[in-house]
Design a protein around this ligand. Structure first.
Ligand SMILES: [Zn+2]
Length: 131
């Protein structure tokens, strides 16, 4: 039962994303894939990989563990430009591919919360001093 409702949700999601009208755009899609391939071979991209940090979870990885990710997916009109391309670890890249946008937002929130407790404590200390 649960699975079925999730599937319905996902097909609605595809319609919202305009996938039904995307077939005519295959050439543009291929062109972006080709650009992505060229960018992967560029010095600029190698420098991004050398930093070894995932754009989303800010954890450190070996360059070989990082993948290229489009901030705005190509399927939604995103272009392969330096401003739209980031390093993502495989975990984040997979999550982004398979989660609904809303679930992806929640995933990002969860990652951020992992780093937050210290700031939280500082807030409480500040409040105690004021009283
Ligand atoms: Zn990551």
């Amino acid at each position: 039962m649960g699975k079925k409702s999730l599937r319905n949700k996902r097909s609605e999601h595809k319609e919202l994303m305009g996938f039904s009208g995307f077939d005519g755009d295959q050439d543009a899609f291929k062109a972006e894939r080709e650009k992505a391939r060229e960018m992967r071979a560029s010095q600029w991209w190698k420098r991004q990989l050398a930093k070894g940090v995932c754009f989303y979870c800010s954890k450190e990885f070996k360059p070989a563990e990082l993948t290229m990710d489009h901030l705005v997916p190509v399927a939604r009109g995103g272009k392969t430009t330096k401003g739209n391309v980031v390093c993502a670890c495989k975990e984040c890249n997979n999550q982004k591919k398979y989660l609904l946008p809303m679930e992806w937002e929640q995933y990002l929130d969860t990652i951020k919360k992992d780093d937050a407790p210290e700031a939280d404590n500082l807030d409480r200390v500040g409040q105690a001093e004021e009283q």
